[in-house]
Design a protein around this ligand. Structure first.
Ligand code: FAD
Ligand code: NAP
Length: 546
């Protein structure tokens, strides 16, 4: 679809913001149910996360046979992943294939940002502007407004880059990059002195790759993260054939786990402090050798029992010390915090990279960033010179992309105001005061605590079914009731409060963005949540006013 220009105002049943996995499937599902739909995407193509995060080493950390759509059996049978954890280019090719296969692009408007939305009478007025990457420059008055009965925000939980400011950062004359907005043509670090700020998943994936290219790499770490080995491998054709022969059952088992992944490797039946030292070590070693996020599932109380958590963390701390040869570097890399409280990282050779002669680690808690200079960064009293600085500093997660849009609901209520003390909603799907507006994998739903494609498909299907139900029952508007929202917010707090998730300053809590209200945003536990959503629908969308 070409750009929507000038004063031309079109009407759609559904406007969708974002062309990542959520927006793509929402479009397909809405169209299949007979609704007219349009997608606005600020990038020039589909893929969302996998369109923007082109940094070296970017790949999924949920196995690709799971980190892929299941809505079409033909699609999941025909697509061949080359590695257990596919790289960003391969996942982007997959997204592009899906767009072609389901003819999605004809209803997508790229290079177009949704700036604002206003609820008027019975529909949303959605205002957009054309943008040009990478500068985000506006083309003259290239703005447009469309009307839509429903809006679905498929804007992504990790799509609004967090680029912290440092004193004099404008003075730096070299190149700066953010992992979440990486140049399409890639970056050649050969022979360069490179700094990476940040040691979350993006830093941990990119550091080993940049280290092999750069003359020298300096990793600037504020908080050490826990990372477990991926043990990535070429896809085993026999394993793939086994999964494909019974894909439906494989998917069903995954959906019954808390994080909607790894159904073939169930969580251990014991708590970590219920077994002896040898048994515990053996169980953790087996998971460490297997690799991946399911490491934390060796025991059933990793994220509920502080003592068990400490025992598991001790195991990883010992592993780090055994890999990193320089004891001072190892000391800095060893985290003291609750393991799994911040999202667990999955790496290939991260810790071993610090054994390379061209890699050094700066602990910013000991040697803070004082200011940027023309040639580099003042760390403590010493200027370190760099040709390039990589910000692996994460995202304004879960609410960032939504809050950037000026959303005005019923009676002039602004979503920014409604969420000023942190996001509130019902089921993570809708907000009181904002009729006919849905969020996909929004705060208040399992979202980022799961294999996100499962959560995305679940939300898309729930929303599409809701639209069909409304249409069949002559309903034109749907809005969350105030008391249902209040109870849901309490429920999310109660469930989160039973875990150790709330005990550290993570992006789940908004703690990585200065000034952001601290509210634990996702809801732990996929199966119970999915059941609740099904019950709500079966009972005539209880909690919603229609
Ligand atoms: P996104 O893919 O983020 O897409 C949202 C789109 O909305 C973006 O393209 C954005 O440009 C667009 N958009 C936002 N605001 C506007 C606006 N105002 N106007 C127009 N367009 C807008 N999850 C997993 O489960 N497993 C993994 O292994 C995994 N790996 C990840 C690796 C990285 C590097 C990152 C950053 C995230 C990873 N995730 C992973 C989470 C990942 O974000 C989700 O799995 C999934 O891709 C999200 O899809 P989405 O469509 O919801 O959002
Ligand atoms: P992140 O986990 O938020 O990590 C950001 C890093 O930057 C942290 O180490 C943080 O330190 C540091 N940082 C932030 N602001 C800073 C400042 N002002 N000064 C110094 N350091 C600063 O972000 P991310 O690594 O991009 O990952 C975000 C999420 O995306 C992940 O948790 C995961 O869900 C997803 N992801 C997945 C993969 C994958 O393996 N498939 C890869 C990348 C991302 P502090 O900890 O001290 O705040």
């Amino acid at each position: 679809m070409g750009a929507l220009r000038g004063s031309e105002q079109r009407r759609y049943d559904v406007a969708i913001v974002g062309a990542g996995f959520a927006g793509m499937y929402m479009l397909h599902r809405a169209r299949s149910a007979g609704f007219t739909a349009v997608v606005f995407e600020r990038g020039s193509g589909v893929g969302g996360t996998w369109y923007w995060n082109r940094y070296p080493g970017a790949r999924c950390d949920v196995p690709s046979l799971e980190y892929s759509y299941q809505f079409s059996d033909d699609l999941q049978q025909e697509w061949e992943w080359s590695e257990k954890y596919a790289t960003q280019p391969e996942i982007l090719r997959y997204a592009e294939h899906v767009a072609d296969r389901f003819d999605l692009r004809r209803d997508m408007v790229f290079d177009t940002e949704v700036l604002s939305m206003q609820w008027r009478d019975d529909s949303w007025l959605v205002s957009t502007r054309r943008i040009t990457e990478p500068a985000g420059a506006v083309h003259g008055d290239d703005s447009s407004t469309i009307a839509a009965r429903f809006v679905v925000l498929a804007t992504g939980c990790l799509s609004s880059a967090n680029k912290p400011r440092f004193p004099d950062d404008h003075r730096f004359a070299g190149h700066t990059y953010h992992t979440g907005a990486w140049p399409k043509d890639g970056v050649d670090f050969s022979g360069q002195r490179v700094a990476v700020i940040g040691t979350g998943s993006s830093g941990i994936q990119s550091v080993p790759m940049i280290a092999t290219e750069a003359a020298h790499l300096t990793v600037l770490q504020r908080t050490p993260a826990y990372s477990v080995p991926a043990r990535n491998q070429k896809m085993d054709p026999q394993y793939v054939a086994g999964v494909k022969a019974n894909y439906k059952e494989f998917r069903r088992k995954n959906s019954l786990t808390r994080a909607a992944l790894g159904g073939d490797t169930p969580t251990g039946p014991h708590g970590a402090n219920e077994v002896g030292d040898d048994e515990r070590r053996a169980a953790l070693e087996a998971r460490w050798q297997k690799g991946g996020l399911l490491f934390l599932g060796a025991f059933n109380d990793a994220l509920t029992n502080p003592e068990s958590n400490r025992l598991i963390a001790d195991f990883v701390r010992d592993k780090i010390r055994s890999i990193v040869r320089d004891s001072d570097t190892a000391r800095k890399l060893v985290p003291e915090s609750i393991i799994g409280c911040k999202r667990l990282c999955v790496d290939t050779d991260y810790y071993d990279t610090f054994n390379r002669p061209n890699v050094s680690l700066i602990d910013l808690r000991e040697t803070p960033i004082e200011r940027f200079t023309e040639k580099g960064i003042m760390l403590g009293n010493t200027e370190h010179q760099f040709d390039a600085i990589v910000f692996a500093t994460g995202f304004d997660a879960m609410t960032g992309a939504i809050s950037k849009i000026e959303i005005t609901g019923r009676d002039g209520l602004s979503l920014r105001d409604a969420w000023s003390a942190g996001p509130v909603n019902y089921l993570g799907l809708g907000v009181h005061g904002f009729p006919n507006l849905f969020t996909i994998t929004g705060p208040g739903s399992p979202s980022v605590l799961t294999n996100m494609i499962v959560s995305i498909e679940h939300h898309v299907e729930w929303i599409a079914d809701c639209l069909t139900w409304m249409s069949n029952n002559g309903k034109t508007t749907i809005e969350v009731q105030a008391d249902a929202q209040e109870h849901w917010v309490q429920h999310v707090n109660t469930v989160a409060g039973m875990t150790l998730y709330t005990s550290c300053s993570s992006w789940y809590l908004g703690a990585n963005v200065p000034g952001k209200p601290r509210v634990f945003m996702p809801l732990p536990g996929f199966p119970a949540y999915a059941q609740r959503c099904a019950d709500v629908a079966q009972n005539g969308y209880v909690g919603f006013q229609t």
